[in-house]
Design a protein around this ligand. Sequence first.
Ligand code: NAD
Ligand code: IPM
Ligand code: MN
Length: 357
Amino acid sequence: MKKKITVLPGDGIGPEVMKGALQVLEGVAARFGHEFQTTEKRFGGTAIDQDGKPLPDDTLETCKNSDAVLLGAVGGPKWDSQTVRPEQGLLALRKELNVFANLRPVTVFPGLENLSPLKSNRVKGADFVFVRELTGGIYFSEPKTRDEKHAVDTLSYTREEITRIIEKAYELARVRRKKVTSVDKANVLETSKLWREIVEETAKKYSDVETEHLLVDYAAMRMISSPSSFDVVVTENMFGDILSDEASVIPGSLGMMPSASISQKGPGLYEPIHGSAPDIAGSGKANPIGMILSTAMMLRHSFKLEKEAAAVELAVFETLQAGYRTQDIYDGTGNLVSTKEMVNQIHFRMIEDSTSA
Ligand code: NAD
Ligand code: IPM
Ligand code: MN
C-alpha cells in the first residue's frame, strides 16, 4: 500500500516524539511491504518564527492533499505572550480538515496496572474511549471578544453538530461493549439541554446500546473512582479536553495517550493528547508512546491496516512488559531509558515479532 502522510513535528518535545514515531513507521513499512511517503511541514511556533503565522498556506495545502496528518505538539513559553499563538494554528487545522470527532482511548494494559499512580485494583480492566466533539463549542463560537474591561467567549452548538458526534459514539459503541455515557452540564447549560435531548432521540435508534447521562462534575469523579464502568464517553469540546487529561492517570501518564481526529471524508489528524512539555523539551525524557500509538491509530482508521496497527500496539505492550520506562512512568523499578532508547526497544520488538511470525 502507498500512502502520503504530512508530518508536523511542531514545538517542544513534538519533534523528539515524532522522530520516534517515524522510526517505528519505517519498521512497519519494511515489515509489511508498504510505502509511506512523508512530507514534513512547518507548524505552530516554529512556523510563527519563520512564516509569521502558525498554519502557513503551504502547510495546510499539503495536509489537505495527503491521506493522513501526523502531529507532534505545538506551543511553548516563547509564544505565550504574543497575539498570534501556535495553538490558533492547531484549532484552524482541525476546523479546515473538519475533523469533528476526536477519539481518545484510555486503556490499561493487563499486567501494567502498576504504571498508574492509582490503586491497581481500581484501574484494572479499564478500557474506554472518549468521543470528543472537536470543531465546535466554546473553542470556536462567536462572538469571542476582549477589551480592557470585558472578555467574552460563546458556547453554541447546532443540532447538526451535536447529532453527527452522538451518532459517531453510538456507531463505535456497537463494535465495543455497547454502552454510551454522555457527559454534559444539562442542569445549567442550554447547549447541554439540547445535547441530552439529541442523545435521547439517537438512543431510540440504537436500542441494543445502553445509554447513561452524567453531569460533568460527577463524571470527573467517577472516572477516577470507577474507571472500568465506562465504554464510550461522548462529550463536547472543552469537557472532553479536560476529562481526557484527567483520565491519563488511569493508564499512568499523559505521555502514553494517543488520539485520532476524523471527519466524514478527507485526511484524519493523529496526535498525542499531551502538549509540547516545555519543562522536559530537549532532555531526552519525553515518553514517545502517545505519539507512536497515535501512528497506530492512523494505520487503523485512515489506512484500514488493522494487522499493522495491532503489531505496533503489541510492540509497545511488550516493551513495557519487559520493564522499559521513561521518567514519567518510572517508579524506581525497571529500566529507566531515554526517549531514543524507548523508541529503539519498540522498533526492535516489531522487527523481532516479524522474524518469529
Ligand atoms: P503538556 O501536556 O505539554 O505538559 C503537562 C505535563 O505533562 C508536563 O509536566 C510535561 O512534562 C508532561 N508531559 C507531557 N507530555 C509528556 C510526554 N510525552 N512524556 C513525558 N511527560 C510528558 O501541557 P502544558 O504544560 O499545560 O502545555 C504546554 C504547551 O503545550 C502549551 O503551550 C499548550 O497550549 C500546548 N499544548 C499543545 C497541545 C497540542 O499541540 N496538541 C496539547 C496540549 C497542550
Ligand atoms: C488538546 C490541546 C488543545 C485543545 C490546545 C492546545 C488548543 O489541549 O489537544 O487537548 O484544547 O484542544
Ligand atoms: Mn488538552
